[in-house]
Design a protein. Sequence first.
Length: 230
Amino acid sequence: MPSSSAPPVPALQNGDRLTRDEFERRYEAMPNVKKAELIEGTVYMPSPVHASGHGEPHAHLMTWLGTYAAATPGVRVADNATIRLDLDNEPQPDGLLRIDEDAGGQSRISDDNYVEGPPELIVEIAHSSAAYDLHDKKRAYRRNGVQKYLVWQIEEAQVDWFASEGGAYLSLSPDEDGQIESRTFPGLVLDVDALLSDNFDTVLAALQEQTGTERHQAFVEQLAHQDDED
C-alpha cells in the first residue's frame, strides 16, 4: 500500500530561490539552523561567526541600542528577529529599533510573533563593503521604507549610516566631534570614532548624555501621547 505520510520538507540551501511562504516552511522545519534570510527571493545562510569579527561588534551595537530603548518608553529593540518585509524579502538583521505600533510606529508584531513591516532602524555587521548587506539587502530595506540603516564594516573599520530621503538612501557623516545622531530617534547618538577605537565606555557615555536632554524627553512624551490617543 502507498505510504500516507507527508513527504519530508526539503532542507534550506544557500542560494535557493524561494517564495516567502516556502522559505518559512523550510526554515521552521530546521530548528538547528539559527540564521537564514530571504533577500530578493534568494536564500542566504551565513557561515559561523568569529568573536572579534562579528560577535563582539554585535554585542556592542546591541548594548548601545538596548541602552537607548531602556531610556525611551515606546521604542523596542530586537536582536536577530525575522522581519516580513515583502513577498521576496524576509531578513533577520543583527539588530533593530522600532517604534511601537500603538505609539505610531510603522511595523507591528504579527499573530505568530514575527515583525511585519519596516522597523525604523536596522543595524548590520558586515565583513566588508562586498557583503550583501550593502547591496541586495540595502536595496530591499530602502524599497520597503526602512528609514535608517546602519552598517559596521569590520574589515574597512568603517560605519555607514544611511537615512531615507525622497526614496533614496543618503549617507550621514559624523559631526566635528565624530558623532552621528538619528533624527528619527532623538538622543540616539553614536560616537563613531570611539566605536572604531574600541572605546565602548565612551560610546555609552555619549549616548547616556543625550538621553537626558529635553529633546529626548519631548520625544518620549510624544510617543506616550500617541499611545494615549490610540
